[in-house]
Write a protein that binds this ligand. Structure first.
Ligand code: AHM
Ligand code: MG
Length: 337
């Protein structure tokens, strides 16, 4: 009788992070516990994204408007609350910054921990009604030595983050995380409710064949940007043009870029002087992951992870992806400076 081989040594996200911590630093388990709270939030959001239409969760929540002026959908509100509650109750967090809250949330002393979490609980939510992939993006800092946890603990360059990641809610929920030693991907096994290691050590190809940008803004681009994207579409004789792919949901566009290579961009333009994407909880985590996967992320003129935000909801332009592709746009910006 043939016996089906069953894997009995499953590598879950918690186990993997704990193993990594043991290898590289002293492992107090604090980060693992904090990431458990993040995982809980992601599992809850994954379930609700899937049920959204069924439960009629999609819709405007009491006319609420978020800090950047977008209409807040019910699912955004719910996802935000889930994360705030899970993170606060972990006892490991001192400061939280969410896209949905104008002010940073300082955790009360009794529950205060050593970490700061910056997050966008449901990025790309304008796509939900069309069933397009959405995601949660997050970054984690450790509070500075001697700090009790203030806003200055998060107004720091992205290179000081200790963890960055996102969870993409699609046909399955995929968690992509870096604790500073490469990038790993985990897929949620709904039956056992655990994220299982499915994409170890993700490396972005050195050069890609895809560009991803909202071409509808081309009219407002600066010269380097126009020159660069034209060079991809009208390459010299003998070279193939790049393919265009733009979902309009950062998590999905970055996910594809990490796996297939190429470039994802949200540049500055004449209408949006700093682009659209938020430094702390959109650009930093994605730049961190891209670099950890062997790629690059720049604003055009500097490394994204070297930006120091002045305010928690600051924006910055971003070009991220395969090293060679990002080098090309960087060269064009240098030529024009
Ligand atoms: P959101 O935080 O309001 O959901 O907006 C962020 C989203 C990103 O996911 C995506 O990359 C970008 O907005 C798309 O913007 P645009 O529609 O201008 O191309
Ligand atoms: Mg967002």
């Amino acid at each position: 009788m043939s016996e089906e081989k069953v894997t009995t040594d499953i590598i879950t996200l918690s186990r993997h992070v704990l193993d990594e911590q043991r290898k590289h630093k002293e492992a107090s388990g604090d980060l693992t516990l904090l990431l458990n709270a993040v995982q809980l939030g992601c599992k809850f959001v994954a379930t609700n994204v899937r049920k959204a239409r069924l439960l009629n969760l999609v819709g405007i929540a009491g006319g609420a408007v978020n800090v950047t002026g977008d209409e807040q959908k019910k699912l955004d509100v719910i996802s935000n609350e889930i994360f705030i509650n899970a993170l606060r109750s972990s006892g490991k967090v001192a400061v939280m910054v969410s896209e949905e809250d104008e002010k940073a949330i300082i955790v009360e002393d009794e529950m205060k921990g050593k970490y700061c979490v910056v997050f966008d609980p449901l990025d790309g939510s304008s796509n939900i009604d069309a069933g397009v992939n959405v995601g949660t993006i997050f970054g984690i800092y450790k509070i500075k030595d001697g700090s009790g946890g203030t806003i200055s603990d998060v107004l720091r360059p992205g290179r000081e983050m200790v963890v960055a990641g996102y969870c993409m809610y699609g046909s399955s929920a995929n968690m992509i995380i870096s604790t500073g030693n490469g990038v790993n991907g985990y897929t949620l096994d709904n039956a056992i409710g655990e994220f299982i290691l499915t994409h170890p050590n993700i490396k972005i190809p050195k050069r890609g064949k895809i560009y991803s940008v909202n071409e509808g803004n081309a009219k407002y681009w600066d010269e380097p940007c126009t020159e660069y994207f034209n060079s991809l579409k009208f390459p010299p004789e003998g070279k193939n043009p790049y393919s265009a792919r733009y979902i309009g949901s950062m998590v999905a566009d970055v996910h594809r870029t990490l796996l297939y290579g190429g470039i994802f961009a949200y540049p500055a333009d004449k209408k949006s002087k700093n682009g659209k994407l938020r430094v702390l909880y959109e650009c930093f985590p994605m730049a961190f992951l891209t670099e950890q996967a062997g790629g690059k992320a720049i604003t055009g003129r500097e490394r994204v992870l070297d930006v120091t935000p002045q305010n928690i909801h600051d924006r910055c332009p971003i070009f991220l992806g395969s090293e060679d592709d990002v080098d090309d746009i960087e060269t064009i910006y240098k030529k024009h400076s």
